[in-house]
Design a protein around this ligand. Structure first.
Ligand code: IPM
Ligand code: MG
Length: 368
């Protein structure tokens, strides 16, 4: 019996996670895969109910689950709370307590959506990269941290960027392993010309690379990388980088694909994983059926692949998404012109279900 946790969170998180759940239930039911799903409040909705962004009960559900589907957290209502109580803390706690150190963020361009990108079609077409972001270390979690009074009305804010050899080794290993199934090229991104912690990063990644003689390793500074990403996105394959650099680069890279509403992610520790769209809670469009559920639905595909080794079903789901895009179904964020079919969040989910049904039916026919 597969144990799943579903934390939809705030804003459009609820809407997109709902569609992900719909698709997931369909896939498991049709294929007679036993599962149970347990829900829980995270983020602002948890704060409203319990005065904390995540409760011990919800953390327990997360720890006991084989995989977690996560929607999004945050919103203007909670922005002025102390940092420890803000919705984002729920996400950071889940990542840290479950030691989900490897964050995979694939960026792929769909031919039909090229015009949704603010970049020229000739630049973005053919882009297919994977950002491997370290997720439980670096400046996000380093100590000392905080703001202290240093007298005379002066204050000092501190965050610490630190990495250990072990932390770098394990994330580098993930990047090299995954690259073996791709183009066998890894780019490590750092700021080794200025920051010692990332000089260590570079050296350790090079040490790990000795175990992967077939994989080509190169390095780039973060500033140059953010430029090259826009200049020649096609040239990238696997990018491995620190927590904060990965945060920034993945938002930048989302614009290559046209919409952040298309990008799924997986946060892994071995087979255990949390799967979430990389977009946030988008309070401006929440509750209106405008959100694009495809990133959340594609996160389910990543879950099938990385937590349950169901590569075929993951492929079927990805193909269903490709087909609905080919058929012209568009939420507002990926609406690129006339002659297309504008749909709401739930209608997009329905379109994916419909395609999945067709795909599964085509297998039945072949069997007879
Ligand atoms: C992300 C988000 C989070 C992060 C926030 C919501 C804490 O931006 O997943 O990229 O900074 O990691
Ligand atoms: Mg981010």
């Amino acid at each position: 019996m597969i144990k799943l946790a579903l934390f939809s969170g705030d804003g459009i998180g609820k809407e997109v996670a709902g569609e992900a759940e719909k698709v997931l239930r369909f896939i498991f039911d049709v294929n007679s895969i036993g599962y149970e799903i347990e829900g829980g409040l995270v983020g602002g909705v948890s704060y409203d109910a319990y005065k904390k962004p995540i409760t011990d009960e919800v953390l327990k559900i997360a720890k006991e689950a084989d995989a977690i589907i996560f929607g999004a957290v945050g919103g203007p209502k909670w922005e002025t709370l102390p940092i420890e109580l803000r919705p984002e803390k729920a996400l950071l706690t889940l990542r840290y307590d479950l030691e989900l150190y490897a964050n995979l963020r694939p960026v792929k361009v769909y031919k039909e959506l090229i015009d949704a990108s603010p970049l020229k079609a000739g630049v973005v077409s053919g882009t297919d990269m994977l950002i491997v972001r370290e997720l439980t270390g670096g400046i996000y979690f380093g100590t000392p941290r905080g703001v202290s009074d240093i007298g005379n009305g002066n204050k000092k804010g501190i965050n610490t960027l630190s990495y250990t050899t072990k932390e770098i080794e394990r994330i580098a290993k993930i990047a090299f392993e995954i690259s073996k199934k791709r183009k066998k090229r890894v780019l490590s991104v750092d700021k080794a010309n200025v920051l010692e912690a990332t000089e260590l990063w570079r050296n350790v990644v090079h040490d790990v690379s000795k175990n992967y003689p077939d994989v080509e390793l190169s390095d780039m500074y973060i500033d140059n990388c953010s430029m090259q990403l826009i200049k020649q996105p096609r040239s990238f394959d696997v990018i491995v980088t620190t927590n904060m650099f990965g945060d920034i680069l993945s938002d930048e890279a989302s614009m290559i694909s046209g919409s952040i509403g298309m990008l799924p992610s997986a946060s892994l520790n071995g087979k255990k994983g949390m799967y979430e769209p990389i977009h946030g809670s988008a309070p401006d469009i929440a509750g209106q059926g405008k959100a694009n559920p495809l990133a959340a639905i594609l996160s389910v595909a990543m879950m099938l692949r990385y937590s349950f080794d169901m590569d075929n079903l993951a492929g079927d789901l990805e193909r269903a998404v490709e087909n609905v895009i080919k058929q012209g179904y568009r939420t507002q964020d990926i609406m690129t012109g006339s002659g297309l079919k504008p749909v709401s969040t739930s209608k997009m989910g329905d379109a994916v279900l419909h395609e999945l049904k067709n795909i599964f039916k085509s297998y039945e026919k072949n069997e007879v």
